[in-house]
Write a protein that binds this ligand. Sequence first.
Ligand SMILES: Nc1ncnc2c1ncn2[C@@H]1O[C@H](COP(=O)(O)OP(=O)(O)OP(=O)(O)O)[C@@H](O)[C@H]1O
Ligand SMILES: [Mg+2]
Length: 249
Amino acid sequence: MLVIKAGGSAITYKSRPYTANKEAMRNLATQLAGLDEQVILIHGVGSFAHPPAKQYRIDLGSDGTHERIYGLAVTHFRAGELAQMLIGVLIDAGLATLYCRASSLFVTRQRRIATFYREPVERYLDLGLIPVLHGDGPVDRGQGFCVLSGDQIAVDLARRFRARKVIFCMDVPGILREGRVIDHLRFGQIDDLYRHIADNHDASGGLMAKLLEIRTLQPAGIPAQLVTLQNDTDLVAAARNQTIGTLID
Ligand SMILES: Nc1ncnc2c1ncn2[C@@H]1O[C@H](COP(=O)(O)OP(=O)(O)OP(=O)(O)O)[C@@H](O)[C@H]1O
Ligand SMILES: [Mg+2]
């Protein structure tokens, strides 16, 4: 079983609000069609839900105002729009992908996943479907609601379903250092990397937050590989354990 996270940086143009990258979506479709194993697909919400999440400060949770909860509603709606767009492309490619709304399956406490309703995802998988989830705004037991990143969902599901690997697709060919892709990293080397990463300040923390999530895979011994979705080869290569992008283990 593989967990694949199609980043918002890959499937949207993050600097252009509400703009999808259809070519990257088709690259994902082509490559998913070539995989012969169970897959859970997570996607980022990129330029669809990060702008309203940021504008309305969804990350802070409830403050009792109508504006804040309206912002949550708008953010949910925009994320759903992107999901429909992506799943439309996957459906057109003949893939049995099925939308599972993360905010209806997860509850968080202090912005970390506390509860997961497992049965729908497990059963859809057993039926041969590819469940599709995305970063979302679930209820949070402390602050009312929060931003739950697709990255946190991906590593959480990888542990729960004992995935053999998590593949993160982005708009860059891997983790870059001085313009070059780092092909291999140990979990223990993640901390040294932070000063080489430019934070892009999106609503879910950018690459830095992604690396923090990846580090939580270490005890389970699940490797992560970061590749680009700008071609129709690198994701499949990572699934076949070839040297591509950045492998973290
Ligand atoms: N050293 C680095 N190596 C690779 N990418 C970097 C580096 N520093 C900053 N980045 C940026 O981090 C981005 C990936 O993180 P980001 O959170 O923006 O994407 P994502 O997780 O794919 O999107 P989303 O959060 O919407 O799912 C890349 O698009 C790149 O611009
Ligand atoms: Mg991100």
